[in-house]
Design a binder for this molecule. Structure first.
Ligand SMILES: [Zn+2]
Ligand SMILES: [Zn+2]
Length: 281
């Protein structure tokens, strides 16, 4: 029988805390792997911090996702909670914008929480400053407009005046209003909320898929769902000199509830000399 038929979540309901249209991204994986039905609780998740900066986000994306999931569970009196949060930023090694999406699950019956993540460099995120009303087609193209939404605000204020703009007339009117407020320069930037940023959505879906699969795996000791990677061991031996490189040697699998840890997937492949501290210091 499939893991779904054995799932302890079969026919149960979990609350997804979001205002950003994430049900389609998260519910299908939970339903197909676990038989878990997901419903949305419209928690104002923006109060835990926003990408656009008008509400600072002091915690990590993972911690923020946990707080959101908990808020949804409290609001809907649910035993199971889900939430997602993205961490979007520039990477020091590549001139690309990275998008790391976390999806978390809280189970108050079994008493554990677990997260999975997915990373992508395909996110469309762009920011530019305008000092007149001309519409720059090249900039709009780079911002993925109009499928990707935009935020418009005066440069001297981080307060977004207009958000979720997908329409050219609306964009021009927003720029005009910002300029008439006395600001010579106006910032136009990507609205990174999941419902306005389609290039984030496949990554959230991938993280949800991983999370649902992880929830089908159980701890060999206490049978808690969510058995999976919790750490890794580095030190694969260099192909040239046998010195330990910083490449991954093994995965550490662990339980979300008890202390059981097992080293798994130990690789016998030699390490890359270019990542060896001796061969390539
Ligand atoms: Zn070496
Ligand atoms: Zn366990």
């Amino acid at each position: 029988m499939s893991s779904r038929a054995h799932s302890r979540y079969l026919g149960r309901r979990a609350c997804l805390a979001t205002l950003h249209d994430k049900l389609d991204l998260i519910a299908p994986a939970m339903e197909s792997h676990l038989g878990l039905e997901v419903f949305v609780e419209g928690v104002d998740t923006d109060r835990f911090g926003t990408f656009s900066g008008e509400v600072p986000r002091p915690r990590s994306a993972y911690e923020t996702a946990l707080i959101k999931a908990r808020a949804g569970m409290v609001a809907s009196d649910a035993r199971f909670g889900l939430a997602s949060e993205g961490s979007i930023g520039t990477n020091s090694f590549f001139p690309l914008v990275s998008d790391v999406e976390f999806v978390v699950f809280i189970d108050d019956e079994e008493g554990f929480e677990v997260a999975e993540q997915a990373t992508s460099f395909d996110i469309v995120a762009h920011r530019w400053v305008v000092d007149d009303l001309r519409t720059d087609g090249d900039q709009l193209h780079r911002a993925g407009f109009p499928s990707h939404g935009l935020i418009v605000h005066p440069e001297d204020s981080s307060l977004p005046v207009f958000k979720g703009i997908h329409d050219l007339d609306e964009l021009e009117s927003a720029v005009r209003t910002c300029r008439s407020s006395g600001s010579a320069q106006v910032v136009i930037e990507s609205d990174l909320r999941a419902n306005h940023c389609p290039s984030r959505r496949p990554t959230i879906r991938r993280a949800a898929e991983r999370l649902a699969e992880r929830l089908t795996k159980h701890c060999p000791s206490c049978e808690c769902p969510g058995w999976g990677p919790v750490d890794e061991v580095r030190g694969r031996k260099c192909a040239e000199c046998r010195w330990p490189t910083n490449e991954r040697l093994a995965l550490v699998m662990g339980c979300c509830r008890c202390d059981l840890r097992r080293t798994d997937q130990v690789t016998t492949e030699p390490g890359d000399p270019s990542r060896c501290p001796r061969c390539n210091p």
